[in-house]
Write a protein that binds this ligand. Structure first.
Ligand code: ASP
Length: 293
């Protein structure tokens, strides 16, 4: 039984297969490879893209999807998350796709070895399918099969972002240079090159990944005024000038704080390409987890 807690659950060979399958699926929709499979989604935090993307991906491959809304489930009546999960697993689904505020929830459930667990976002620790779809979007943009020595600047609330955590692990593993750009309270403690201002490094980056301030994860407000924050960290045309840089963002975008309206319309901004690619990459991931193992 294979789980996906973070991208290091996949070998490099598997990641290669996922990238190739996603590319093939994008060219031509495959047959209903997962026609006899049933997945349950269990989202304890809000989601627009990830939940619907998983559902579209599963259905494109012919699988059935059942959503359990935790706010209407028995976790609301005092049942523990683990008991809820064991009850769902007793119905013998082919996998459970889970999002939860705690970093270790997917791993804890996976350790029960009852059904494959697919992490759709855990605390600030991991969001593996986002990292893989970002990686795919970059490969596609640069029309290459390796991103070795390309440089990505991750900009914004890095310390609270599971997208950044998973991205940093995957991109460095794939030989990319990762630089971090954030004000001190948003900067994690690690060995990567760090900048307080994007202007200091923008001339040496190929990709900028902008991140939303994860307000829901801040115990107390970190900045009073996000307009002030935006003056330094919003990705604007003035900041990008005519540099040939790919601009990514996992969504949801806080307009004119993360990225300006004008840059969102710019051809360098590939936020919707990320969403489109997310379906093909998740199809490839589901195939890898549910069919190939
Ligand atoms: N959608 C991403 C996540 O679930 C990014 C975000 O919410 O800012 O982590």
């Amino acid at each position: 039984m294979q789980h996906l807690i973070d991208t290091n659950d996949f070998t490099e060979e598997q990641i290669k297969t996922i990238m190739e399958d996603a590319k093939t699926f994008k060219k031509k929709m495959p047959k209903k490879l997962l026609a006899d499979k049933l997945l349950i989604t269990l989202f304890f935090e809000s989601s627009t893209r990830t939940r619907s993307s998983f559902e579209v991906a599963a259905k494109r491959l012919g699988a059935s999807v059942i959503h359990l809304d935790p706010s209407k489930s028995s976790t609301n009546k005092g049942e523990s998350l683990e008991d809820t999960f064991e009850n769902l697993a007793a119905m013998e689904p082919d996998g459970v796709i889970i999002r939860h505020e705690f970093n270790n929830t997917p791993k804890k459930l996976a350790n029960k070895e009852l059904t494959p667990i697919i992490n759709a976002g855990a605390g600030n620790y991991a969001h593996p399918t986002q990292a893989l779809l970002d990686y795919f979007t970059m490969l596609e943009h640069f029309k290459t099969d390796t991103l070795k020595n390309r440089t990505i600047a991750i900009v914004g609330d890095i310390v609270s972002s599971r997208v950044a955590s998973s991205g940093i692990r995957l991109f460095t593993r794939m030989g990319m240079n990762v630089v971090l750009v954030a004000p001190k309270p948003f900067m994690p403690d690690n060995d990567l090159p760090k900048y307080e201002s994007l202007d200091d490094v923008i001339d040496s980056v190929d990709i900028v990944m902008s991140l939303r301030a994860q307000l829901e994860r801040h115990k107390a407000p970190i900045f009073e005024d996000y307009d002030e924050y935006a003056k330094e960290y919003c990705i604007t045309k003035e900041r990008m000038r005519n540099r040939d840089i790919l601009l990514l963002h996992p969504g949801p975008v806080m307009r004119n704080i993360d990225i300006s309206d004008e840059m969102l319309k710019d051809r360098r901004c590939q936020v919707l390409a990320q969403v489109r690619n997310g379906v093909f990459v998740r199809m490839a991931i589901l195939k890898e987890l549910l069919l190939d193992s």
